[in-house]
Design a protein around this ligand. Structure first.
Ligand SMILES: [Mg+2]
Length: 256
């Protein structure tokens, strides 16, 4: 299932459910990529496997996504998994209310209207307003990538005190300063039931690099999904991820 990418003392190591926590990116990792974020499909078997696996890990499983926690709840209902949303901007632990880093409403309003002006009259683009963040999806117009990146970089630079740009897979996202998936991993690892466990993070694009680095700091397992990124472990794509999770949920305890 896993291809081991380099030799290491953990070859053949297993997943001890009492001492492992799982952090899962969503789009491109758990779910197949689609042209627009709202077209995404969640297999029923995945939802049931995630529910079972969460129990097996004593609750130590969290989604770590660029989507908002509200969207994640909708996608994975009836589960309400521990989740970090919008690249670490939101955090919701089991049975607790959502916490959100905030930027000033004025700054958010300004950056939203500048982003709207930036795409006026351009087809194939989708601007998504998230709480405290703005995402520009260009999967429908990949040829415009370089120009859009330059424009969004300039926009971020004009608001550098409050915002930074996250360059994802066919998405450019303005988020409040300090938000990242790496910061999300640090926050999760500081609290129960994640604290003290060995983290395993699965992700598929450049926005996941920080999280890979973070789990390595905790002597964890970094797993690249697909071909866009590399890590010490690798799975071929979301279907392979779902298959591995199903095996873990069914009681297997195997890392690569
Ligand atoms: Mg992803």
């Amino acid at each position: 299932m896993f291809n081991y990418m380099q030799s290491s003392q953990s070859r053949g190591a297993g997943v001890d459910p009492a001492r492992t926590c799982l952090f899962l990116d969503v789009d491109g990792t758990l779910l197949d990529l689609v042209k627009a974020p709202e077209q995404v499909r969640v297999p029923a078997a995945l939802v049931s496997d995630l529910g079972q696996l969460t129990q097996r890990l004593g609750g130590a499983l969290a989604l770590v996504s660029g989507r908002s926690v509200a969207q994640l709840d909708e996608l994975f209902q009836p589960l309400r998994l521990p989740a970090s949303g919008v690249h670490g901007l939101e955090l919701r632990l089991a049975g607790q209310p959502l916490r959100r880093r905030v930027c000033t409403p004025d700054a958010l309003h300004r950056i939203r209207s500048e982003a709207e002006r930036l795409i006026v009259g351009q087809h194939g683009l989708q601007l998504e307003f998230k709480p405290s963040a703005v995402a520009l999806h260009y999967r429908g117009r990949p040829e415009a990538e370089d120009e859009l990146r330059a424009r969004m970089r300039a926009l971020a630079a004009r608001h550098a005190e409050q915002f930074s740009l996250i360059d994802g897979d066919k998405v450019l996202e303005l988020v409040p300063q300090g938000c990242s998936k790496a910061a999300a991993i640090d926050e999760l690892m500081a609290v129960d039931p994640f604290r003290g466990r060995r983290p395993c993070y699965l992700g598929d694009d450049t926005t996941d690099f920080g999280a890979f680095e973070a789990v390595r700091r905790y002597e964890g397992v970094d797993v690249a999904v697909g071909n866009r990124v590399t890590a010490r472990w690798h799975l071929s794509g979301p279907a392979a991820v779902r298959q591995w999770l199903a095996q873990l949920a069914a009681g297997e305890s195997r890392l690569p």
